[in-house]
Design a protein around this ligand. Structure first.
Ligand code: FUL
Length: 471
């Protein structure tokens, strides 16, 4: 084992990062003042009197989310316009000043409760950029305000799995400059909700770098620590002007964040997995003009297979309409998506295959990969091969591989062969496995598949193998 590989495999996920990666697929809900003004960014001058989602039913959101196979929901409790979906004690720019439930409503509470009842994890989005709050741009007084709001959300609504910090700030060069005290924000979250992951402008989950649903082919989880500065730079205009700060950052758009070649010169490495966020429609908020622009099923499948199946998590945004409900077109698409997941991944053909590992480490049984259980895995020697054989020919379309992340990510490259016309033929090749790789194979019928780990950071540990027919 060389020194670099030894160093790389020491970087492992925290329990909260592992738990998030296992959720795989969860929803964003963008709902607020913009829903009523038909805009994407409000300027903070909106009158709360226009906010009145007459039929709001958070259970409808949660049902649609569950049907799609998602396991969590992150709500925009406050977007850039500063309007709060809960009756914050620290501003009048909130639901308490709106006609919704005669000013007695609390949408954060309604959603948190619907999530609890539906078995869906609940998370919060709280925009650091606040265009309504007069304290914004004053430094510590705004940080105090932000911490006070964060504290309300982290103490009043049960268990929180995610705090999503957006880096967006459109103040421009002549606008207000607020230098956020990130470390203080993180400390508050760690103290009040230690299991919550802090996303994007935070240390636990990184933004994939686009909002179109694209995932890198190699989405590494072990990356340089300076990658975590990227989003903060976008939001901190003062620091963005500072060349040395900028130099330390790696752009979220860079193609390579974690190859051995890049990491070899990096002194400080972190576990920082990618999240792919996109909206089911063109906008993040609901616009009646976009009711017929719900992403096609095929597009959602493609994004899912590349994100969840490419070692990232998938955060899909669903924007409720002015009546407070998800539109029927969105609900229908989510149901179709859930049915697709069920029919495509419901039956693992490994159940009727026999397994053989060319080089498992002694004392371990290859049979462990049949169980999709966090604790099971098979440690292999380097360049190992796993062969799956069936008595009857199988029509196979997808192969799922998972690594045991407790030992970091180790697979650098792997290939898949199918037994075709009396010989092995390579049908797939890729780099990262990590939490999950979904390999979409060319349509094939075969009696055997062979997985070859062709390069790895030390001996790889494979946690799960799934083989699925074409649907
Ligand atoms: C961006 C925001 O400006 C958008 O409005 C949206 O919330 C998206 C998820 O993040 O930075």
């Amino acid at each position: 084992m060389n020194d670099l590989d030894r160093r790389l495999i020491q970087v492992v996920p925290s329990p909260r990062q592992l738990a998030l990666q296992q959720l795989e697929f969860y929803a964003f809900i963008h709902f607020g003042m913009n829903t009523f003004t038909d805009r994407e960014w409000g300027d903070g001058t909106e009158n709360p009197s226009i906010f009145n989602p007459a039929k709001l039913d958070a259970r409808q959101w949660v049902d649609a989310i569950r049907q799609a196979g998602m396991k969590g929901l992150i709500l925009t409790c406050k977007h850039h316009d500063g309007f709060c979906l809960w009756p914050s004690q620290h501003t009048r720019h909130s639901i308490a000043s709106s006609p919704y439930r005669d000013g007695q409503g609390d949408i954060v509470a309604e959603v948190a409760q619907a999530c609890r009842e539906g078995g869906i994890r609940f998370g919060i989005y709280l925009s650091p950029w606040d265009r309504n709050q007069p304290l914004y741009g004053t430094g510590k007084p705004y940080d105090d305000y932000f911490i006070a709001q964060l504290t309300e959300l982290l103490t009043g609504y049960g268990n929180i799995f995610s705090v999503w910090f957006d880096g967006a700030c459109g103040e421009g060069p002549n606008g207000k400059k607020q230098c956020y005290d990130w470390e203080r924000y993180y400390h508050t979250i760690r103290t009040l909700q230690p299991e919550a992951c802090i996303h994007v402008c935070g240390p636990d989950v990184r933004w994939c770098g686009n909002e179109a649903g694209e995932t890198r082919e190699s989405e590494w989880s072990v990356v340089p620590r300076r990658t975590a500065d990227t989003e903060k730079i976008a939001s901190l205009s003062q620091q963005a002007d500072d060349a040395s700060f900028r130099q330390r950052a790696i752009s979220a758009q860079d193609r390579d964040l974690g190859s051995r070649r890049l990491l070899a010169n990096e002194p400080d490495l972190i576990w920082y997995p990618a999240e792919v966020n996109t909206s089911i429609r063109p906008g993040w908020f609901w616009h009646s003009s976009e009711n017929d622009q719900v992403k096609p099923l095929e597009k959602l499948i493609d994004i899912y297979e590349k994100s969840v199946g490419g070692n990232a998590t998938f955060l899909l945004n669903l924007p409720p309409a002015t009546d407070g409900l998800l539109h029927t077109n969105d609900v229908k698409r989510l149901k179709e998506f859930g049915e697709y997941l069920e029919s495509s991944y419901g039956c693992n053909l490994i159940d009727c295959a026999s397994l053989q590992a060319s080089a498992a480490i002694e004392g371990h049984d290859i049979e462990a990969v049949r169980t999709d259980d966090e604790s099971c895995y098979i440690p292999l020697v380097q360049n190992a091969q796993i062969t799956l054989t069936w008595n009857q020919p199988q029509t196979i379309r997808r192969l799922v591989l998972k690594e045991q992340l407790r030992f970091s990510q180790r697979v650098e490259r792997f290939a898949v062969d199918a037994w075709q016309n009396g010989q092995w033929q390579q049908v797939y090749e890729n780099t990262v496995i990590g939490h999950k790789r979904i390999a979409v194979l060319p349509r094939l019928t075969t009696t055997a598949l062979r997985i070859r780990i062709t390069d790895s950071r030390c001996a790889p540990a494979i946690r799960f193998i799934g083989v699925y027919a074409d649907k």
